[in-house]
Design a protein around this ligand. Structure first.
Ligand code: NAG
Ligand code: NAG
Length: 836
């Protein structure tokens, strides 16, 4: 994951933002100008170049570019139209906009989108703070889903200063277009708030991209009664904002209304658009009360075709309703699908009021039962607090699932390492992606190696969701068998990524963690999963083969991550973003002669899973082809020869390396890397940490391996990897421990505790603790101690902050990095469930 940029982006100054925007639009222009799939033009170029007798090298380069942005030809892993409302009505609508506090959309390239903004009136002078997208620094929080079943309902709590919001939704199946849904938003004062009750505006909006028809129905005073609409996918529908009520006794409450209707300015501009139109003062005066001023949108419905910068650019429509009133209150928004009502007479009761309350209660009860049945936390003796932690971990992960659609930017593999920097990015074909995300505020998009961990949790709960997600990810495979590691699809996703991270390099890999949920599918043996794997097999095979071939190392059965940073003068250790472990120290001087232990172990795991898969699916030829590789990669002698470092007493990377590197201040240059003596030479890399453990983490060692003991020694030693909060990423004894990689690049994988790797370590301890061998008892003991440390700390931090975090300090357990991070930190649930 390209997370190295995180801190630089943590609180960007406006100047930085502007520079990013400028660079971004130029990068997009550059990419857009290349015409990713302009077959006709490209063919003309070929004909021309043949005519001119251009060299074969040029043609080869052209061919590589084409392959990089051509989708793989294997049958899709998912059946045709699998996201359509006809085939999967239950998944058509969802909270698939993880980067907004509350919103829903359809799984469609041209979705209908709905969302919520809110503002507390008069809390600050000037324009009230408008809340819409999840931001790391906006002061909102904690927030997150208390319940979310990934399918039909959810309840989220959001703290915002003096306000406490609860957002709930329930879907109701029916008809052929994805059925109905209802929202309830409840706003209450914080228990601690003592001052006068705040005046709050909620803004409910609906956005289309041009294909849809929205017809607002205005009342006598120009106020909106409801919105009818029609789209091909949704058929006829109606959206109604119901009158506000008091949350306690459901008595009606007086609300003031405003509306705004315009063309769609582009999704990333919605917040700005509303801010710019919140420019008139209105009076809120319930009967018998004194008036209060508030800032509002226009009072009556009038089409306005302009965007914030005055230019006409929008397609489609943007319709937003503002309701303003005193807390506490509840407001409901009801979406009704026409085809659920066809057949006339059986008038379907609106899912609102007490009916909605009842539906929510039924769902909560069903969720609780299913949760216990699935994970058995109560049965296993976990406390009610721990059960709550597990439930919010699952709900947050499911509530973070998004549906994205768009074109990524790819730097093709030129075949000459490092030279792709000089190439131009090309547009990937438009693709959909249904995926969980690492963080709603900071990484609200798809990340390849995170997703394997996400699906480990999700598949226990709902294997269908996992098939959908894996099927979409495998749909991104290009003709070579490559999948880009960070998927920035669509305007909304793109607007949140700095330009240098928009482009994915087709020569670079990422750990093949999707094979972890695949391995679990094989063990569990669900017939629907096996049918899916049958379809997916050619793609999984192509993906694995690409990894094995493209990342081959200098000697047989060695592997090397491509794309390490060159030895830049300001970096203490050149980063390895493709490994997922960013700044984890590797050989000090990157070279083609190095070999990476973690990658070899990932490939070994991949070969093992692929062989099992081929055998189980009756793919005899593939099984026979892959078996020798799997056997060789599993042979401990080979692993020892390439990666056991006798002088270090552990497994290690091998490369051109010296420990004698330091960052030193230099006049006018800031900190600069200085290489001392001894100079670099080919040797094992002394960087004790997660990488050293990989043969153990991926359970590649036999229980009687002579190397298992030494690995358990460093794992259990508090001078090295053991901390009271989980295993640290880099040994406290390492010279890189806690070190900045440059002046502006604080340590990331250099000591902090990460849940994904702790989960793998726990899985391995659990495994060796159950297999007869000299280390069985020790592994079992370490398992329960590590489990208690990890679960205890994640729980304490959640209690203290209301969030799950990206990583945890190995010194005091504090949550660090971004939050909420309900991606792989949600693995804490499987740890509590002893499920590996
Ligand atoms: C998929 O949907 C399209 C559009 O509705 C339709 O034309 C096509 O026949 C469908 N394909 C299959 C295999 O159902
Ligand atoms: C190691 O790196 C140094 C410094 O870049 C270089 O001079 C040397 O040739 C490299 N050694 C090997 C074996 O690649």
């Amino acid at each position: 994951m390209t997370r190295g940029e995180r801190r630089r982006r943590a609180a960007p100054a406006e100047g930085v933002r502007a520079a990013e925007r400028a660079a971004r639009s130029s990068a997009a222009r550059k990419g857009g100008g290349i015409h990713g799939a302009a077959g006709g033009a490209a063919l003309a170029v070929v004909v021309l170049s043949l005519a001119l007798g251009l060299s074969g090298r040029w043609l080869l380069a052209w061919y590589r570019v084409r392959r990089a942005v051509t989708l793989h030809s294997a049958t899709p892993a998912l059946p045709p139209n699998s996201s359509s409302p006809a085939v999967a009505p239950d998944l058509f609508w969802g909270t698939y906009r993880p980067h907004v506090y509350f919103g829903m959309k359809t799984r469609s390239p041209q979705p209908l989108l709905t969302g919520l903004m809110w503002a507390q009136q008069g809390a600050t002078p000037g324009i009230p703070k408008l809340r819409h997208t999840c931001e790391q620094g906006d002061g909102v929080g904690p927030y997150g889903w208390e319940f979310h079943d990934g399918l039909s309902f959810g309840r989220q709590h959001i703290q915002d200063g003096a306000l406490k919001l609860t957002t709930e939704f329930v879907k109701r199946p029916g008809g052929q277009h994805g059925g109905d849904w209802s929202w309830r938003v409840t706003v209450e004062p914080q228990a601690s708030a003592t001052s006068a009750l705040p005046l709050v505006s909620l803004f409910f909006y609906v956005v289309t991209d041009g294909k849809e028809v929205l017809v607002p129905e205005a009342g006598a005073k120009g106020q909106l009664k409801f919105i009818s609409g029609h789209t091909n996918e949704l058929g006829d529908f109606r959206l109604t904002l119901l009158p506000p009520t008091s949350p306690v006794d459901t008595a009606p409450k007086y609300g003031s209304y405003n509306v705004f209707w315009s063309s769609n300015p582009g999704l990333p501009l919605l917040t700005e658009m509303v801010k710019s139109r919140l420019n008139s003062w209105f009076q809120h005066q319930p009967p018998g009360a004194s008036p209060e001023r508030y800032l509002g949108l226009p009072r009556s419905l009038k089409w306005e075709d302009r965007s914030p910068n005055g230019q006409r650019q929008g397609q489609g429509q943007f319709l937003i309703q503002q309701v303003t009133l005193k807390v506490p209150f509840s407001v409901e928004l009801v979406f009704e699908s026409g085809s659920a009502r066809v057949g006339g007479s059986q008038a379907l009761e609106q899912l609102a009021g007490s009916r909605l309350t009842q539906a929510l209660e039924n769902h909560v009860e069903a969720f609780r039962e299913r949760f216990e049945k699935t994970f058995e936390l109560k049965k296993k003796g976990l406390s009610p607090e721990e059960q709550t932690l597990g439930q919010i971990a699952l709900s947050g992960l499911l509530g973070g699932i998004g549906y994205f659609y768009g074109q990524g930017l790819v730097l093709p593999d030129t075949g000459v390492e490092g030279s792709e920097q000089k190439a131009d990015p090309v547009l990937f074909p438009p693709v959909p992606l249904f995926t969980a995300v690492p963080s709603r505020s900071f990484f609200p998009r798809g990340f390849l190696w995170d997703e394997g961990f996400h699906q480990l949790v999700i598949q226990r709960w709902d294997p269908h969701l996992t098939r959908e997600a894996l099927g979409h990810w495998l749909g991104l495979l290009n003709a070579d068998g490559w999948i880009g590691r960070e998927q920035v699809l669509g305007d909304e996703a793109r607007s949140r990524v700095p330009p240098e991270f928009l482009v994915q390099r087709a020569a670079h890999a990422n750990p093949p963690t999707l094979l972890l949920p695949v391995a679990h599918m094989l063990e569990a043996g669900d017939p629907a999963d096996l049918a899916f794997l049958h379809r997916a097999f050619p793609r999984l095979h192509a993906w694995f083969s690409w990894l094995h071939q493209s990342q081959a190392g200098p000697v047989p059965l060695s592997y090397r991550w491509r794309g390490r940073d060159p030895a830049l003068p300001h970096l203490l250790n050149p980063k390895t973003l493709s490994s997922g472990l960013d700044d984890y120290p590797r050989a000090s001087h990157p070279s083609t002669a190095e070999r990476h232990l973690d990658l070899r172990c990932w490939v070994a795991l991949g070969a093992r899973v692929l062989v099992r898969l081929a055998e189980q699916l009756g793919e005899a030829k593939a099984a026979a082809d892959l078996s020798p590789l799997a056997t060789s990669l599993e042979a401990e002698a080979g692993l020892n020869e390439l990666h056991w470092a006798p002088e270090l007493g552990v497994f290690a990377d091998f490369g051109n390396h010296t420990k004698a590197v330091q960052l030193k201040p230099r006049p006018h240059q800031g900190l600069v890397r200085v290489v001392g003596r001894p100079p670099p030479r080919m040797q094992y890399v002394d960087a004790l940490g997660y990488v050293s453990l990989f043969p153990f983490l991926l359970r590649l060692l036999s229980p009687s391996s002579s190397h298992l003991g030494p690995l358990l020694d460093v794992l259990a030693d508090s001078r090295h990897l053991w901390s009271p909060f989980g295993l640290r990423s880099l040994a406290a004894s390492s010279s890189f421990y806690g070190q900045h990689n440059s002046e502006h690049d604080p340590p990331y994988w250099r000591g902090a505790v990460w849940l994904n790797l702790n989960y793998l370590a726990l899985g391995a301890l659990h495994h060796y603790g159950h297999l007869e061998g000299p280390h069985q008892a020790r592994a079992a003991k370490l398992y329960s101690e590590l489990r208690a440390n990890v679960v205890g700390n994640v729980w304490r931090q959640y209690r203290a902050t209301g969030f799950l975090w990206e990583q945890y300090s190995d010194r005091d357990g504090r949550g660090m990095g971004c939050r909420p991070f309900q991606g792989w930190t949600s693995l804490v649930l499987l740890v509590m469930a002893d499920d590996y």
